[in-house]
Ligand binder design. Structure first.
Ligand SMILES: Nc1ncnc2c1ncn2[C@@H]1O[C@H](COP(=O)(O)OP(=O)(O)OP(=O)(O)O)[C@@H](O)[C@H]1O
Length: 294
């Protein structure tokens, strides 16, 4: 049974496109990235999964159950962190979290304290007195306090400083090791790359690719930088698969996509003093998905 199964989900807002024919599935135990530019349809997909809005057509299942028909049951299994968090400002953090926990009919007090300690969140403060980042931490604790089997995060790191982001990621990895499935929506590719096994790319309301992060990187070009002790013949490296060939001082650099052995043979024909081969960043791989079609 899959954790999430989305089948031709379409949502229109009047005449506005929301999402069109979105289909993908997430295996249990996966950390799955959901990426795309602003307005692509990430939040619409997630809100439909949580039955906060209803689809125009198509359907989705969570742990094998239709997400609309079994919404109350399913919600108990999900921890959700929305992209923007709003609270009753007058409440104290601990009271708000205990109130949230009451929906699950579980005593989550010690779990709340543990999570708050990891995230360095002061439980005695009033929500009103918290900074944006600290309000986000309340959302994180709220989303995880009932130890959900499925964690759905919509742009979760906005407002968190780098140290807190790291602590949050460590927390997610720990929950994942304990068995939780994670759907991680973001437009920050580096964090998706760090955390996720697979990724779905959404653009203008449609899924354009679902792929393993490792495959995306393998099937892409590599960046070569070669330092040579003597004069460089630029044309030597001008073979099929080479792009952006540049020579600067004693260094030649280029992007290469193709049979790595043919490139290694080419390099072996000349004397070199140093060699760097780098993977492209996820940003570089995905940039063309982000560019608008004319
Ligand atoms: N309540 C609404 N009424 C009308 N159109 C909406 C509504 N909510 C979303 N949309 C439209 O649906 C499309 C998808 O929006 P959505 O918020 O799902 O994108 P997103 O990928 O989550 O973007 P972001 O990263 O900016 O949050 C956009 O074109 C948006 O304008």
């Amino acid at each position: 049974m899959k954790a999430i199964e989305i089948n031709k989900l379409t949502k229109t807002y009047g005449n506005n496109r929301g999402i069109t024919d979105v289909s993908f599935s997430v295996e249990q135990g996966e950390i799955f990235g959901f990426i795309g530019p602003n307005g692509a349809g990430k939040s619409t997909t997630i809100r439909t999964l949580l039955s906060l809005i209803y689809p125009t057509s198509g359907n989705a299942k969570i742990f094998g159950k239709d997400c609309i028909q079994f919404a109350p049951e399913i919600k108990k299994e999900i921890g959700y962190l929305p992209s923007e968090v709003f609270y009753y400002d007058n409440m104290k953090v601990m009271d708000l979290l205990k109130y949230s926990a009451s929906f699950y009919k579980k005593d989550c007090t010690s779990r709340i304290k543990d999570l708050a300690e990891v995230m360095q969140l002061d439980l005695t403060k009033k929500i009103d007195d918290l900074s944006l980042g600290n309000k986000k931490k309340v959302g994180i604790v709220q989303g995880l306090l009932h130890e959900p089997k499925l964690i759905i995060l919509d742009e979760p790191t906005s407002g968190l400083d780098p140290l807190m982001q790291q602590k949050f990621f460590d927390l997610l990895i720990e929950e994942n090791k304990k068995g939780a499935t994670i759907l991680f929506s973001s437009h920050i590719l580096s964090e998706v790359q760090r955390l996720c096994d697979r990724v779905a790319i959404i653009k203008e309301g449609r899924i354009v690719k679902v792929e393993k992060i490792s495959t995306l990187k393998e099937n892409n070009y590599k960046k070569f930088k070669i330092e040579m002790p003597s004069k460089i013949d630029k044309q030597h490296f001008n073979i099929s698969g080479v792009n952006n060939l540049e020579v600067k001082d004693q260094t030649v650099s280029f992007l290469f996509k193709g049979n790595i052995n043919s490139m290694m043979n080419k390099i072996a024909e000349v004397e070199i003093s140093n060699l760097w081969v780098e993977e492209p960043d996820l940003e570089e791989i995905f940039m063309h998905y982000y560019e608008k079609e004319d």
